[in-house]
Design a protein around this ligand. Structure first.
Ligand code: FNR
Length: 184
């Protein structure tokens, strides 16, 4: 078993999500002592504080997967200049009941892909705001704002441009150090 298990949370439920493709391409760049699991967030109930003491099985599962992880990677689209509701819902569900948040202290990295020119910059900034409150140390650099155009992914779902792969490899190398530093 890998020494460092990383929970990957994709902020899109779309079948052909470019952010899920980006997440899958990214995790191929991880080192041998890291393993990555894309977490399911599409089956979570809409967060309702009335359910805090009787959380759905899907919420219990998410909290346990996050708790078991040595680190987090968020790969998210931007919806209307913020994060998608499904992602905020996941953050809220796994943060409660008060005092039992699963997110606390987990080192995180953030990436995003968009068809728009600012490549999820505003969504990522909003995400950083919530993660800061949740006491999630979030890697500041390098930032990854990817604009996906036709041909960005090849038929196998890999990234076609070697320069982009190299840039993402640099991101992964920094992220690995970020996780290891927080594990000490
Ligand atoms: C978008 N999109 C979008 N893009 C962007 O750069 N900034 C934005 O604010 C928005 N807003 C937005 C709202 C909604 C409801 C949708 C459905 C889409 C476009 C978005 O970048 C594009 O649909 C991506 O393909 C979404 O990512 P996934 O689902 O492919 O990972």
């Amino acid at each position: 078993m890998s020494q460092y298990q990383i929970a990957v949370i994709v902020g899109s439920l779309r079948r052909d999500s470019i952010n899920r493709k980006l997440a899958n391409a990214l995790i191929k760049l991880g080192p041998a002592d890291f393993s990555f699991k894309l977490l399911e967030i599409g089956d979570l109930p809409l967060y309702n504080q009335d359910d805090d003491n009787n959380q759905a099985q899907s919420v219990v599962r998410l909290k346990s997967e996050v708790s078991a992880a040595a680190g987090l990677i968020f790969v998210t689209p931007e919806y209307n200049r913020s994060i998608p509701g499904v992602l905020k819902n996941a953050l809220d569900n796994a943060s409660r009941p008060y005092g039992t948040s699963a997110w606390t202290g987990k080192p995180a990295g953030i990436l995003g892909a968009s068809i728009g020119q600012i490549g999820t910059a505003l969504a990522q900034q909003h995400l950083r705001n919530a993660l800061s409150y949740l006491d999630v140390p979030t890697m500041g650099q390098p930032e990854v704002f990817i604009q996906v155009k036709e041909g960005f992914f090849d038929a196998a779902g890999d990234i076609s441009t070697p320069d982009t792969v190299k840039f993402l490899q640099g991101w992964m190398d920094r992220y690995v150090q970020w996780v290891k530093r927080h594990a000490q």
